[in-house]
Design a protein around this ligand. Structure first.
Ligand SMILES: [Zn+2]
Length: 157
C-alpha cells in the first residue's frame, strides 16, 4: 500500500514513497577505441561527456529521497577525481599507456574498450559504490544515460 502523506489540511495526497532523482554532470576526457576497431575513433580524441544519473530511493518524512547536493558530492566528486581532464585508457593499449605514464599525463586505466556502452556500465558500478560509501540511506543507481555528443548517447538500466 502506498503511504499517504497529508500536507494540505483536510486533504490526503496519495504519494508513492519510491522516487527517482536525476542529476547531470559533465567532464572532459580523451580516449580512443581499440580491440580491432577501425573507424575514426581509433585515433586519440576527446569529448565533453555528459552523464545523467538516475537514483532511486525512499522518501523520508521531510519529503526527500536524496538531497541533490549529496548526489553531486558523491558522483561529481568521483568523476572529477578520476575522469575529468584525463585520458581513459584500456590496460591492453600499451603504446598509449606508456606515453601517458612517460609524459606524466592524468589517466584512468580500465580493463575494457572505452566505448560509451562500456563506460556507462562502469559508471553505474562505481557511482553506486560511491553512493553506498558516502551516503547513509539506501539508494540504487537505476539508470545511466551517457552522452558522447549532444546527439549521441547510450543508456544502461
Ligand atoms: Zn570518442
Amino acid at each position: 500500500m502506498p503511504k499517504i502523506i497529508s500536507y494540505r489540511k483536510g486533504k490526503g495526497i496519495k504519494r508513492t514513497t519510491s522516487m527517482r532523482v536525476v542529476k547531470r554532470f559533465r567532464w572532459s576526457m580523451a580516449h580512443r577505441l581499440t580491440h580491432g576497431y577501425q573507424g575514426h575513433c581509433a585515433s586519440l580524441h576527446g569529448h565533453e561527456y555528459e552523464v545523467e544519473v538516475t537514483v532511486a530511493g525512499e522518501m523520508d518524512a521531510m519529503g526527500l529521497a536524496v538531497d541533490f547536493a549529496d548526489i553531486k558530492r558523491a558522483c561529481l566528486g568521483w568523476i572529477k577525481e578520476h575522469l575529468d581532464h584525463t585520458t581513459i585508457v584500456c590496460s591492453e593499449d600499451a603504446a598509449l599507456l606508456d606515453f601517458l605514464r612517460r609524459e606524466n599525463q592524468r589517466h584512468y586505466v580500465v580493463d575494457f574498450n572505452t566505448t560509451a556502452e562500456n563506460l556507462a556500465t562502469h559508471l553505474r558500478e562505481v557511482l553506486q559504490k560511491e553512493l553506498n560509501r558516502l551516503l547513509d540511506r539506501p539508494l540504487s543507481v537505476t539508470h545511466i544515460r551517457l552522452l558522447e555528443t549532444p546527439s549521441s548517447w547510450v543508456e544502461v538500466t
